[in-house]
Design a protein around this ligand. Structure first.
Ligand SMILES: [Zn+2]
Length: 161
């Protein structure tokens, strides 16, 4: 399955949430959880500026879905996200049994952008989602929106808000 035009609004919302995170001093990542019928169930952006560096939106959505959705609803849901899940979030996604993932920018793209900016490597190894959660259906990157996400990361790491 590939990313359909009808899915682009969810991905655009992820980019808006990433921009919102940047405005409030957080790293620019945003994610949206969509149910089988296309309804947005929950959304969040990165909140690591709180000091808790596990506050990634994909992790929050995994825990939200575990608390509120049935296993069947979780399996039928899709998580849209501005950046590919990190290993922590990929593991959480798989442990709670969520369905498909669609990301705008891959972890590989993000790593190369951060390297260009001289940002030190993160403390957790960068891996593709399927390297952590082999059974999850994953789509991305989405070139139509990747440049916007790259620009947000450049602004964050240059201290621009
Ligand atoms: Zn993460």
């Amino acid at each position: 399955m590939v990313v359909k035009d009808a899915e682009l609004p969810y991905l655009r919302r992820c980019v808006e949430l990433a921009a919102r995170a940047l405005e409030v001093g957080d790293e620019p990542f945003g994610s949206v959880l969509v149910g089988a019928g296309g309804t947005v169930l929950a959304e969040d952006h990165n909140r690591v500026a709180s000091g808790d560096r596990t506050r990634h939106p994909e992790f929050e959505l995994a825990r939200w879905s575990a608390a509120r959705l049935t296993p069947e609803e979780r399996a039928a849901a899709t998580v849209y996200t501005s950046g590919e899940h990190c290993p922590m979030c990929a593991a959480a996604h798989a442990w709670v049994g969520l369905g498909r993932i669609v990301y705008v920018a891959s972890s590989e793209q993000l790593s190369s952008w951060l390297a260009e900016l001289g940002v030190p490597a993160p403390p957790v190894r960068t891996l593709p989602i399927n390297g952590v959660a082999p059974g999850v259906q994953v789509e991305g990157p989405v070139p139509e929106l990747a440049e916007e996400v790259r620009a947000l990361h450049h602004r964050f790491h240059r201290g621009e808000r």
